[in-house]
Design a protein around this ligand. Structure first.
Ligand code: PLP
Length: 431
């Protein structure tokens, strides 16, 4: 979050990292490794910090479920008044299971299916953020079959190229798959305004992820609000402007987005438009509230490098190998002194791309040491897979001095549960 708003979680007490009042070493011993640990008070503080910064606009904060969709976290956020930004039937299901009211849910994504549209309509979500003409036509048809009107906003591709740490996290330039090209937006609202089963309700933009500068948001808001003026001149009134998510946090030495400065820049424009503001923060709420704990199995030298081989890797946390995401890695217990060395912290998976940190100067770990991989609360577990036949980690949530197992470690049975023996399942396709 912004400078000075919050101190960093996971303090070192007596040489050992803690979460709330509990030692990470003890949590790893009790629940095993790899283990995701979330500090729920940090999540709540980040949510409040974000909500307070924008309080003057009374926005709908639609927490982005893709960042971390664990039901316990969602239900705590629901209790604070959060809504949800969902991108699939699965995320809609999670949000509703956690008690988030449908009228606080927005549905994003370039490839919504008919089943997803129908279910979201039946649930009564606040709005669909629609990304193409084809999708809007499909939504019209699905709503028609249900005898309903689908509330929607178009996601505008503002053609703003935003500096993010990796090209895969830029979404607001014309050559990205996201959104309706800026030049097509007004025409599409005009078309939709005459469709019986569509209800133009708002407008949406999301320019990328891990953005720490307010300027691109301001540019995007200005571009979108100019469009709103034009849309209104055709007699189509809108109710909301959704500025998406992407608010950056501190992974390394960078400063996270200063949300107070962002709100000071953006709110006067939004106020002037009379539109209801929607924001979709994900990592800014949960990112630094989570660590991944992993135990060192082996240390080996090869090709002039030192490899620290841990019991967790890309199947549990794919950000480093997928988009070069940086995560601070440190020993949980530093009471014993060690030499500093440049090492690669790698996992057990059969891929050269399986690493958590590369060429990282750190205290040289020894087998048996517990490592904390920081800032793993967002896009950690939600992007985890079963690759190499691995069971996804357990997740625990610490609330002060109490710990809750909020997802058990997967079992071997879980790995094959959905599969059916071939012999019992011979189906003939129609000729
Ligand atoms: C449409 C939309 N909203 C919100 C988010 C959340 O982004 P972040 O977690 O960076 O805030 C994303 C991330 O991909 C997104 O695509």
């Amino acid at each position: 979050m912004g400078p000075g708003i919050l101190t960093r979680p996971f303090p070192r007490v007596g040489g050992v990292l803690h979460c709330g009042g509990l030692s990470l070493e003890e949590l790893a011993t009790t629940f095993g490794t790899p283990l995701y640990v979330y500090d729920i008070r940090r999540v709540e503080a980040c949510y409040r910090g974000f909500a307070d910064a924008f309080a003057a606009a009374a926005p709908l904060i639609a927490y982005s479920v893709k960042a971390n969709g664990n039901l316990s976290i969602l239900s705590r956020l629901n209790a604070l008044g959060s809504g949800a930004d969902v991108t699939s039937l699965g995320e809609l299901f999670r949000a509703r299971q956690a008690g988030i009211p449908a009228d606080r849910i927005v549905f994003a994504g370039v490839g919504k299916t008919e089943a997803e549209m129908a279910e979201a309509l039946r649930e009564g979500i606040y709005a669909f953020n629609v990304e193409s003409r084809g999708e809007l036509e499909r939504l019209d048809a699905v709503a028609g079959e249900l005898g309903m009107r689908a509330p929607f906003g178009l996601r505008v591709n503002p053609d703003v190229l935003t500096a993010t740490p990796h090209e895969y996290t830029r979404t607001g330039h014309a050559a990205a798959k996201f959104g309706v090209p800026h030049g097509d937006v007004v025409e599409l609202y005009r078309w939709a305004a005459n469709r019986r089963h569509l209800r133009p309700l708002g407008i949406d933009v999301h320019i990328g992820s891990q953005i720490t500068d307010t300027v691109p948001y301001l540019a995007a808001v200005e571009r979108v609000l100019d469009l709103v003026v034009e849309i209104r001149s055709h007699g189509i009134d809108l109710e909301y402007v959704d500025l998406g998510g992407g608010f950056g946090i501190r992974y390394d030495s960078e400063e996270g987005m200063d949300v107070v400065a962002l709100s000071a820049a953006v709110l006067p424009l939004v106020h002037g438009s009379g539109l209801r503001l929607i924001l979709e923060p994900g990592r800014a709420i949960v990112g630094d509230a989570g660590v991944l704990l992993t135990r060192v199995k082996y240390v080996k030298e090869s090709g002039g490098k030192t490899f620290v081989i841990a019991d967790s890797g890309m199947s549990d946390l794919i950000r480093p190998s997928h988009y070069g995401g940086y995560h601070e890695v440190e020993r949980v217990d530093t009471r014993e002194e060690r030499l500093r060395r440049a090492v690669d912290v790698v996992g057990p998976i059969c891929e050269t791309g399986d690493f958590l940190a590369r060429d990282r100067v750190m205290d040289l770990p020894a087998p048996g040491d517990l490592l904390a991989v920081h800032t793993a609360g967002a896009y950690g577990f939600t992007m985890a897979s079963n690759y190499n036949g691995r069971r996804r980690p357990a997740e625990v949530m610490v609330d002060g001095d109490r710990v809750h197992l909020i997802r058990r470690r997967e079992t071997l049975e879980d790995l094959v549960r959905a599969e059916r023996p071939e012999a019992l399942n011979t189906e003939t396709l129609p000729e």
